[in-house]
Design a protein around this ligand. Sequence first.
Ligand code: PEP
Length: 248
Amino acid sequence: MSRPLVVGNWKMFGDRQMVAGLVGAVAEAAAARAGVAIAVCPPFPYLSQAAAVLQGSALRLGAQNLAVEASGAYTGEVSGAMLRDVGCHYVIVGHSERRSLFGEDSALVARKFRAALAADLTPILCVGEQLAEREAGDTERVIAAQLDAVLELCGEQALAGAVIAYEPVWAIGTGKVATPEQAQAVHRFIRQRVSAAGSTPTILYGGSVKPDNAAGLFAQPDVDGGLIGGASLVADQFLSICDAALPR
Ligand code: PEP
């Protein structure tokens, strides 16, 4: 496995004061945690400020969404090139909140994934099943379809250097975390599916990761780190999760 990765997804939270304090604290702390790659994804308006705060540190910057198109008359959209221009390294695509609240289907997510690659960004592709799909025994079928949409549009090698985040929808923001065994089983499935196409992506778990459950999840052989929502908004919690990802 390559270096573990922990990414904070701030969602639509934060302000300039929080960027200065939280990004500053994490950037400073990253130096003492070279064994884990760390990134934060604040909302669009704060990306430039965050880039300035973390400059010169090991902390990387990501965005939470991007446009399919490279440029043009698309009012309200933000292109991958713009994200790259302000210092982003990563961009999240296909988060379940975008799929369920903003109608993004797997075909659109695949186009966003392609746009990220075209802009020289590393996409963090989110996949995951709803509770009803898990209870119906459909988890693998749902995730395979989400992965296949990207593989079909972008080619077999598209996931080679990408990051995949397994985020069971029922665990996001609910406090209901997947057990380490549940996470491992799905991560293994994802790894086998994409390694058949020759890819070795970094596979993160996301969904109510907290300081007290992170170590158990990260100890699983196919869990390469985490995508963290709520706990990424508090420096102590986020850093304690980063510590749990450090190789032992
Ligand atoms: C997320 O938003 O990607 C997420 C995993 O949120 P939380 O950690 O709050 O469940």
